[in-house]
Design a binder for this molecule. Structure first.
Ligand SMILES: CC(C)(COP(=O)(O)OP(=O)(O)OC[C@H]1O[C@@H](n2cnc3c(N)ncnc32)[C@H](O)[C@@H]1OP(=O)(O)O)[C@@H](O)C(=O)NCCC(=O)NCCS
Length: 248
């Protein structure tokens, strides 16, 4: 994973990334999102003098230089900044957001002299919550009613903070993950496993996730293989043991 400045050549990938329904659901990107939005956004956030008032990066997955996500900091002028990020659907499932967060926050604590980075996500955005905690953010188990705003509506949110000390603590958590040698399921497989834990049939899972039954079968086959299980029930038990799934 690497961070680099945005360029106008990113507009195509940004358009594709921001048209993703999950991005629309959990961020404030315009809906519907078209190429003009991407071009305008790049023009606003490309590196100029203004860049420092809202440092913004493209997330790439080395060795590729392709735009695969965005991360930005909104400094409040009082040694704090709010962070925002997204990872494109094609690059999800590998923890890139947590690494990007740590890198950008580490830079902000030294280069900008920040004392705190704040984070919020709409309640229910579990992937973002796990990302923030993985990066070292302290996020209490509390839902702040109507804290977030999205396209003219208020939404409940989780709030977290990261200080330089938290970043040091998060670093250890990060190493622990790198040392974890258990099975690594993709995001989709985790969603299917979670449905298996609810005892759902392939047909019900397909309807719930908006995919075909054949795709569900492929995911289940891959899950059984990765967890070395002979049955769906055994996969759920092993998933619980590895902390990949919780019981409903
Ligand atoms: C949130 C987001 C940036 C995370 O991207 P990522 O780095 O690819 O994240 P991963 O898929 O590697 O998942 C990160 C963690 O969340 C978990 N996770 C992923 N999808 C999940 C889901 N649907 N439900 C529960 N947990 C999930 C992963 O298991 C992982 O947990 P771990 O760190 O404890 O192992 C990405 O999903 C995204 O762009 N979502 C849409 C936009 C968005 O929500 N932006 C943030 C707004 S606050």
């Amino acid at each position: 994973m690497a961070l680099r400045p945005l360029t106008s050549a990113d507009a195509h990938d940004i358009t594709a990334g921001c048209q993703d329904p999950e991005t629309a659901r959990w961020t404030t990107v315009p809906v519907p999102y078209d190429r003009a939005h991407a071009e305008e956004w790049v023009a606003q956030h490309a590196p100029t003098e203004e860049w420092w008032s809202n440092p913004t990066w493209a997330v790439t997955v080395v060795p590729s230089d392709r735009w695969s996500g965005s991360l930005d900091l909104r400094p409040d002028g009082e040694a704090g900044a709010e962070v925002g990020y997204l990872i494109a659907p094609w690059a999800r499932g590998h923890g890139h957001a947590a690494r990007a967060l740590r890198l950008a926050c580490s830079w902000a604590f030294t280069a900008l002299g920040l004392q705190v980075v704040t984070w919020h996500a709409y309640a229910g955005n579990d992937a973002s919550l796990r990302t923030a905690r993985r990066a070292g953010f302290r996020v209490p188990d509390h839902v702040f009613r109507s804290y977030g705003a999205q396209r003219g509506e208020r939404r409940d949110a989780w709030i977290g903070t990261l200080t330089p000390d938290d970043l040091a603590f998060g670093g250890r958590a990060h190493e622990a993950r790198a040392a974890y040698v258990g099975p690594r399921l993709t995001r989709r497989e985790l969603m299917v496993l979670s449905q298996l834990a609810r005892g759902q049939s392939n047909r019900a899972i397909a309807a719930e996730l908006g995919i075909s039954e054949n795709t569900v079968k492929n995911h289940v086959r891959s899950i059984l293989q990765k967890l070395q299980s002979k049955s769906r029930a055994e996969a759920v038990v092993l998933g619980l043991r590895h902390g990949l799934v919780t019981l409903p």
